[in-house]
Design a protein around this ligand. Sequence first.
Ligand code: F6P
Length: 358
Amino acid sequence: MPAPRIGILTAGGDCAGLNAVIRGIVCAAGHRGMEVVGFAEGYEGLLNPQTAQVLQVEGTRGIEAEGGTIIGSTNKGRFQLRRGPDGSSNLPDSLVRAARTALEQQRCSAIAVMGGDGSLRTALHLSRAGLRVIGVPKTIDNDLESTDVTFGFDTAVARVAEAVQNLRTTAESHRRAIILEVMGRHTGWLALHGAVAGGADAALIPEIPFDADLLSRFVKDTERRGQRSAVIVVAEGARAKAGRQMRRQTGSGENRLGGIGGYVESLVARTGRETRCAVLGHLQRGGSPTAFDRVLGQQFGVRAVELCSDGMFGRMVSYRFGSVTDVALADAVNRRRSVSPDSQILRHAKALGLFLGD
Ligand code: F6P
């Protein structure tokens, strides 16, 4: 009899730790006499099942330390849920049928999806349509409910912290203020943790629209106190109290978040302090994962296989209170986890003297 098979795919924007999860799944499945089939380029791979490949333990040796995903991903594609006129999210039945057929063709009894909120909402939709689905929480934004941490976050925080430290030396040399724009569309976990880890002076996040006058006063105060430099981390989704999120048109005609760093630069420059802005961009998502993300990713992979073996579908692997566990997929994607006023990291950042825009 052929070995039972699990399908896997990586969906949405990449981040460090995807390959660690893949390695964890492949090893744990091999241990249980199961095979793993990798569908290529995210959900799109379900429309091209002939491109799927069986992943071997030997072939994945060492990938836990590599960035990106060996099976490819996309944050575009046809599997994004569409909002209907009544506000409900939907996926055409033809895509659900195609997904089911792809799994049958590859003899996969279930599929594990590594993704962020959008990709896991699609996973939930497929699960409700009767497919056997397991979710694995991925995002550098760390904004998923029901898990204390997503894989990729720790690495991104380390990248932000390193950038803050590097910018500090230039800011100190030239008596400048430097603004660092980081990712974080809706939530400021990455900006806050990165600012604290790197020793920045301020963090501006989407959850706290910032007061432009207070920002100017804060920058002037740093000079008055004799500080040679000021480093301000701003999340791409942050906005001024009186303003809205800033967007820019890309060459390909897409309308993307971006530009808030430059705007903050112009506000700070008005104080008379020489000011520069750096945009960290995709450096936060790429490259080798931290040891924490390598361990967490592989553990998440092992748990995903356990859930498949135990027939616990419609679940998402999760990390709670120091242990890897699992929760209902529906609970994880229902609501976004934002930085609330009573968040510990927010209170502690304030206690450490960071300016938070209010
Ligand atoms: O979800 C992570 C994220 O990095 C956002 O913070 C950012 O706006 C987006 O993805 C960028 O994705 P892309 O790879 O399409 O530029």
